[in-house]
Design a protein around this ligand. Structure first.
Ligand SMILES: [Zn+2]
Length: 302
């Protein structure tokens, strides 16, 4: 009897010791209990890749977390009002309808919000901060939800989009489900996250179509942030070397609008405005598309 109690005590120690060991990021555990990740393992951003692969690219979802029942769940804000984690089983049912309107999100000020305009920022209107959705509107239909919006650099936001588009395209093509979780990673009591952990796993084909686990740096080439306050300053560093997440592994070359018959590059901002019915992802050659009646869009000139 005594032995069993001691054995049980040791087991409890192991289980809870291990649990605590993996909890040294900010999340409260809702949605993110199965994540085994520490920011300390991540190499510093070096101006090249906008993300690093984590856990051999295998997401941390446990077998009982994987489901075909669609849902979108946001963790509660923590004691510093920071976003914790957003998790979903995505499918065509969680994606917004084509005519669904996006509400205004400008009234939401996520933690670390301190937005300034810089000449060196190419993305958008040149401001150094975006309200970045953990789970994108195009996947969840969630828009002005403060548990889903973080202060993100335009660079991180656009690189998140590369992964989001892959998932959206996969769901549209297959009608399958994708387990999906985005967790902002804060260091200590900082108010602007150091990056986001993005995990995705396609359910019906056991990850054949979609399977990734990546940490994207919340950095902006040319700018440095004070992650406590969200204040920023110009450094000029990494402006020449920074690349986009889709360079090197993009599995399609163009995004087409089958209504206007225009060809766009995958990173063109205007592709976000194309309704899902008219959006075609294509690997065809440029000449082939022109031969089929398409023409290059002026906005991105592919
Ligand atoms: Zn374009």
């Amino acid at each position: 009897m005594k032995k069993r109690i001691i054995g049980l005590a040791i087991l409890v120690l192991i289980v809870f010791g291990g649990y605590n060991f993996f909890q040294n990021f900010s999340a409260t555990g809702v949605n993110s209990g199965s994540i085994q990740f520490t920011y300390e393992e991540v190499p510093n951003y070096d101006g090249s890749n906008p993300y690093v692969v984590v856990n051999d690219n295998k997401p941390y979802f446990t077998s009982d977390e994987i489901t075909k029942e669609t849902y979108v769940k946001f963790g509660p804000l923590d004691s510093l009002k920071r976003v914790t984690s957003a998790m979903a089983c995505l499918g065509t049912g969680t994606m917004p309808d084509e005519d669904e309107k996006r509400s205004d999100i400008s009234s939401i000020h996520p933690t670390g919000w301190n937005n300034v305009k810089y000449d060196c920022i190419q993305e958008g209107d040149g401001y150094c901060q975006n309200r970045a959705h953990c789970i994108a509107w195009c996947l969840s239909g969630s828009n002005a939800e403060k548990r889903n919006l973080i202060t993100g650099s335009p660079y991180m936001n656009s690189n998140m989009n590369v992964f989001e588009v892959r998932v959206a395209r996969y769901i549209e093509r297959t009608d399958n489900h994708v387990m999906y979780r985005v967790t902002p990673i804060f260091k200590g009591e900082e108010l602007m996250c150091r990056g986001v952990l993005m995990e995705a796993y396609s359910v019906e084909d056991n990850g054949q179509g979609i399977c990734f686990n990546v940490f994207l740096y919340n950095v902006q080439p040319g700018i440095s942030y004070d992650y406590y306050s969200g204040e920023s300053k110009y450094t000029g560093e990494f402006l020449e070397t920074a690349v986009k997440a889709d360079e090197g592994y993009r599995d399609y070359r163009y995004i087409l609008n089958s209504n206007s018959m225009l060809i766009h590059t995958p990173d063109c901002e205007n592709t976000g405005k194309i309704g899902s019915k008219n959006k075609v992802y294509s690997n065809a050659g440029r000449d082939e598309l022109i031969g089929a009646g398409y023409s290059p869009a002026e906005c991105c000139n592919p």
